[in-house]
Design a protein around this ligand. Sequence first.
Ligand code: MN
Length: 276
Amino acid sequence: MTDRTIEKIVRAVATSDGAGVRLSRAIANAELDHLDPFLLLDEFRSDDPGDYIAGFPDHPHRGFETVTYMLAGKMEHADHAGNRGLLTGGGAQWMTAGRGIIHSETPKQDDGLMWGFQLWVNLPAKSKMTAPRYQDIDPSAIPEVKIEGGTVRVIAGTFRGATGPVQGIVTDPVYLDVRLEASGGFETRIPEEHTAFLYAYQGNGGVGGTSLGTKSLAVLSKGERIVANAGDSGFRFLCVAARPLNEPIARYGPFVMNTREEIHQAFEDFRNGRFA
Ligand code: MN
């Protein structure tokens, strides 16, 4: 049994996106451009509406998937095809943009805490132009597995016999929200060749003797098993894994394709109204 170790720790970088939403970017920053198949990871956390109220007005996506997971607050999404949904604390949305959507993500609260994450997961060439698909996951649909010294919420993949509600994703992802009390421990097995990372969002802990603090992402080595332990203030983190694609990435803003020509095509299709 080989345990995964921390290969690199990346501190999330403060930035803003959308119409001025303040967030912390852990993937797609100067330290970590991407982590195949993951293209971006943002954490947004604020109880100051000035940091989030502007939201993300209409914008396109093509060629990948966006995964929103909320810990607190309310966010509405609406797209040009008339799809609409409300994300609430503990809920998730796995959106396969495929050949293209135009949507908005809008806070539905005037005050209080807004806290969550958005992850971008790449699609392989054969799936980039697939039909758009939404999986809107109600908080109550996410299994919570009790472990010694903690709880694990299973958004995607399987943990100790519990299977997450997100299904049919081409990169076979695991997305766990792990909440350990002080000195609690967590372990899970992930296919050996899959890319895996932990993103620490509260407290502190470690993997194999390397410690990890809040707003830090640990890139894990290949291996069969992930073992993590909480420090003395408890430890909450995302444990995310998926099959790497090993394909060329051509990326420009909200479009992620394999070649520059396909990026040009995406702009042209967007300008000519072929997304909506
Ligand atoms: Mn979006």
